[in-house]
Write a protein that binds this ligand. Structure first.
Ligand code: URA
Length: 263
């Protein structure tokens, strides 16, 4: 048995070291393999994604998707959709340290839907997507392309993943009914997908963002009633780390602006 007295100063120092290193959340006791599935926004994909960890998580995810679909379908406005998301407890991320749900900002009458990956620390604190450094760059780029006033901005998941990790395909799949409902309610003329995680989730593809970016795709909801051209581009957080990539992202935004003006 360890009989040494707890050294508070040492414990505080260790916690400060972890915090500075970016460790800002506690995880489960058992490890979770988050690497073994391709993202597909369907119940089938969740079954596949959770197959190796037993029947109970499959059932839980299936139930969460069904509940998300029910709540999303009942929301008649984007505002009501935000409230429905705030009351939804089926996404595992909502119980992993996020302080609140983060749904949207921007123009609810806009003709451009912008979808990012998921909230970070600034977004979690303010309850709005893209309000940190990456968001400021996004705003500058949208404004410069004449798209700032036209954009409604959201994410593939609505709670901050612990430690700012990428959301898993299962978490994205559980939140997908809300993303799809936002698309259906806004009926945008075009959609801008920011980064690999958003592009793979919305387009149900495994293709890398460097191949996807700059290529027009189509997003059509299963019912067929809503569709729009989609432009995948590089995530602004990546652009902050890799300024040379800004040129490519700028070309994508100009193509998007031109297409919106045609429409
Ligand atoms: N990155 C995202 O993908 N979304 C946000 O809301 C903030 C940063």
């Amino acid at each position: 048995m360890n009989t040494q007295p707890l050294d508070t100063a040492a414990a505080e120092s260790l916690l400060a070291f972890w915090r500075d290193a970016g460790v800002d959340a506690c995880f489960e006791d058992a490890p979770v393999d988050r690497t073994h599935v391709a993202p597909t926004p369907s119940v089938k994909a969740v079954a596949k994604a959770t197959a190796s960890i037993g029947a109970a998580p499959v059932q839980a995810s299936g139930d969460a998707i069904a509940e998300a679909r029910r709540l999303a379908a009942g929301a008649e406005t984007l505002e009501a959709l935000g409230l429905a998301i705030a009351g939804f407890t089926g996404c595992p991320l909502s119980g992993m340290g996020a302080t609140q749900s983060v749904f949207s900002r921007g123009n609810p009458e806009g003709d451009l839907l912008v979808i990012g990956e998921g909230p970070g620390a600034d977004e979690d604190a303010q309850g709005k997507p893209f309000v940190g450094k990456a968001g400021q760059l996004l705003d500058r780029m949208l404004d410069a392309a004449g798209l700032g006033e036209r954009a409604f901005i959201t994410n593939t998941v609505f709670w901050r993943p612990p430690g700012n990790r990428t959301p898993t395909p299962v978490e994205q799949t559980i939140c997908a009914p809300f993303v799809e409902r936002a698309f259906a309610l806004l009926q945008p003329k075009a959609v801008l997908l920011l980064g690999a995680a958003a592009s793979k989730s919305v387009l149900s593809t495994d293709e890398g963002i460097m191949r996807l970016r700059g290529q027009w795709k189509e997003w059509r909801l299963p019912e067929g009633a809503v569709s729009a051209p989609v432009m995948p581009t590089l995530h602004p957080a990546f652009l902050l780390r890799t300024p040379m990539a800004k040129k490519a992202a700028w070309a994508d935004l100009l193509a998007l602006a031109a297409r919106l003006d045609e429409a």
